[in-house]
Design a protein around this ligand. Sequence first.
Ligand code: UDP
Length: 390
Amino acid sequence: MNKRVAVVGAGFAGAVLAHELARSGRFLIDVFEARDHVAGNCHTYRDAATGVMVHQYGPHIFQTNREDVWRYVNRFAEFGPFTNRVKAITTRGVFSLPINLLTINQFFGKRMSPRDAAAFVAQLGDRRIAEPQNLEEQALKFLGRELYDAFFYGYTKKQWGVDPRNLPASILKRLPVRFDYDDNYYDARYQGIPIGGYTSIVEQLLDDPAIAVHLKQHVTRADFRGYEHTFYSGPLDAYFDYELGRLQYRTLRFERFDAEGDYQGNAVINYCEERVPFTRISEHKHFTPWESHEQTVCFREYSDLAAPGDTPYYPLRLNDDKDLLQRYVSLAEREPNVTFIGRLGTYRYLDMHLVIADSLDLAKRSRWPTFTQPPLDKSPERTKHSGRAA
Ligand code: UDP
């Protein structure tokens, strides 16, 4: 007889796992999703007013180095080529981001070669800092005060809501610094955006007679009693009904505005100045350069501490959170027949491709561990960028 399995959350973590278990022919799967749609924070829809494909929970650009993951997602969608070439508005003007040779030459009014620029930036760095203890020191050591103030200080403060001296250096390691003219935000070998949107991929993953999807279903521990195993991609602390307290998250708020034509000429523009209240503006039609639209829809993005009821986006992972996390992990490890998966289940900042890779690996195992991602390891911001850090 087929074993009954519960999957909580219909984002990529849950959907890939449900799909793979269904394909094995040995399981019957109930997928419980609290929202009224699948695909989690990757959810996309075609906007009725403009015809533009909108990423409801903020821009999602698919990028991975894993050929198996890239092949896998391409079975469910045609991917259009997309390279994220972010621009940054700073007190000193508009620049290319990540910091690259164009940024450096324009910012300092120079015409340096890659080698000269590397030497130039090295002498800007603060040599008194041996081992950077926080994000600010990391930036000052490798880039110096001017670049830090223009690109990182204000943005980081807005994004994380705390002074950059209270954040781990590792956050900055997500972002490469390049001494050539490559302005691709990511280093990954495979990059793109699904032409039909992400939600269509997840719908296909869940389209199997062995899978029943239950939308708008808030489930709790008590609901999993009849199941052989549960895969839980909701927030770890929510699983335990916050009995030890709440892990902290940043949430995002998107303020929509529509315009004619082309508003900003690029998909993403960061606003690095502290005095501008939002972190960036995304113009979603530029995520599908293969389409053409007369009208445009843009979103200003604001970052806040998540209050109860807000959508959690970024696990904060400050020291207090790590202590609490440690205690939740101990509880979780004593919970029989549950595996915590995905960004919320493991309280780690995971990108789509990492979550998919984890679920593919998990589905192949004969025994399931409590966690696939060690929530307490030393590299909390394991990452979207495989490249070199500042
Ligand atoms: N960051 C910054 N200014 C920018 C872009 C990024 O200071 O214009 C910092 C910020 O602290 C951010 C980190 O670099 O959290 C990593 O950037 P990434 O683009 O990976 O952030 P995310 O996509 O997670 O918002």
